[in-house]
Design a protein around this ligand. Structure first.
Ligand code: GLY
Length: 441
């Protein structure tokens, strides 16, 4: 029997909870959430509601419940050092220490690491703590990306063409970033197709799960503002329609080298998830950024397909025994679409921006997986908040059927909701393939 602590309250943690409970082992799940996720709560023995920065309370809850190990869902508790605090109480985690989590929490750490250890896939970049030298460097780049150093909730990266146009505007953005942050990373912009590769790492061995493609933009055809992710898909052959096996291998090799470099650089073993955001360019696979956790929504594509017992996977990560475990995923296609309030991602003065906090009805949804994110269960029903509400996941032998399943379920959800009907459709996939063909020449 295992007592497992899960930290986090989103749809990613809901699917983690479900995957833990699918284990052949007897599991008592304990959850620490900053707001109550009814899906996670229904799978838990006990719930602690509180802030992810209150390490004393989290450790107290863990000790009180004789936790064997913890699984850390989001980046905030990693950045707060929850893994280090739990380790002091002799409780191991699936999740890196604060120092290793810099892979996500400091863009500068990661770019420097790839540079220092000659790891392929890095961008041309420079880090500036003042404006001096920036005009000369951006004059050398064809396209520009600006990143503040530190966690910005996915909203800090500024891309030429999306957030600014000219080099002069790039300088204005650098000024803004340096007013709030100690440094700005200026790097080259890549053109290509992106994929997410969520890898498991026990400190030495790195194992990839099937690649997934996320859709950041709020509206169909990749229009509108960037969001936390409106949905994602994966294919039954564990490739994406625009990629080759070589591209996956390239992403995995980069990640293996990064795991080795982290060990040398920090003297610590990275135990947890290394989720690489990669892009396939005309010059091969390049790294956009790493996250130190499963992706949201990507975890909803991957974990339901996992055939290997997830609790065994977690133990292997903690005990450094991943090389002795065969990690298998079902050969199925998946389509995840997020149900969001109509007002999600809209400017505050937009007429639809008020349609958050509304009640929704989710009746008789069959043959799909539903994962709660920002919803509030009250006596009179389920209410959305201001963010992504429910991840709807269709799983089938092919993408077309997986997409249909997700759409059928979404059609039965009532309330002022929205989603992206184009995710996982032939039309959008064709666009991705044509884009990649053009790039590869
Ligand atoms: N899929 C984006 C993220 O998890 O950060």
């Amino acid at each position: 029997m295992y007592n497992i602590l899960l930290i986090g309250n989103g749809a990613r943690e809901h699917v983690i909870a479900e995957t833990v409970k699918r284990s052949r082992h007897e599991i008592n799940l304990f959850s620490c959430m900053k707001s109550n996720n009814p899906g996670i709560a229904s799978l838990s023995e006990k719930v602690m509601l509180g802030s992810y920065s209150n390490l004393e309370d989290i450790c107290g809850f863990a000790k009180e419940n004789n936790i064997d190990f913890a699984i850390i869902g989001p980046e905030d508790p990693l950045n707060n050092g929850v893994v280090d605090a739990l380790l002091k109480e002799h409780i191991p985690s699936v999740g890196p220490t604060k120092s290793c989590a810099r892979l996500e929490t400091s863009k500068m750490f990661t770019r420097d690491l790839l540079d220092k250890y000659n790891i392929p896939g890095n961008a041309r970049f420079r880090v500036f703590s003042a404006l001096d030298g920036i005009p000369e460097f951006i004059a050398e780049l064809d396209g520009i990306v600006l990143k503040p150093d530190g966690l910005t909730g996915g909203k800090g990266v500024m891309v030429q063409g999306d957030h600014f146009r000219t080099r002069e505007e790039a300088m204005d953005k650098c000024c803004d970033i340096l007013e709030e942050h100690e440094s700005v990373i200026v790097e080259e912009k890549f053109d290509g197709e992106e994929f997410s590769l969520q890898c498991l790492c026990d400190g030495t061995t790195v194992v990839a799960t099937p690649p997934v493609q996320d859709h950041k933009r709020r509206f169909v055809e990749d229009k509108g503002p960037n969001t936390g992710g409106m949905g994602s898909y994966s294919m039954e052959d564990h490739l994406l329609p625009f990629m080759t096996e070589k591209d996956v291998v390239a992403g995995l090799e980069i990640t293996q080298k990064v795991a080795d470099a982290i060990r040398k650089e920090t003297g610590e073993e990275y135990k947890g998830i290394m989720y690489g955001g990669f892009i396939i360019t005309k010059d091969g696979v390049k790294l956009l950024e790493y996250n130190a956790r499963f992706g949201d929504p990507e975890a909803m594509n991957t974990l339901p397909l996992l055939k290997t017992d997830f609790v065994d996977v977690c133990r292997a990560i903690i005990e450094g025994k991943l090389s002795g475990l065969t990690i298998e995923c079902e050969k199925k296609a998946t389509v995840c679409k997020y149900i969001v309030p109509k007002g999600y991602g809209l400017p505050k003065d937009h007429p639809d921006a008020k349609s958050t906090s509304a009640r929704i009805a989710v009746d008789s949804v069959e043959d799909v997986n539903l994962y709660y994110s920002s919803v509030d269960k009250r006596d009179d029903g389920l209410y959305m908040t201001t963010s992504r509400a429910i991840g709807v996941v269709g799983i089938a032998d092919n993408l077309e059927d997986a997409e249909k399943k997700a759409e059928q379920a979404i059609a039965s959800i009532q309330g002022p909701v929205d989603h992206r009907p184009d995710i996982g459709t032939k039309k959008l996939i064709k666009k991705r393939i044509e884009h990649m063909e053009k790039i590869r020449g």
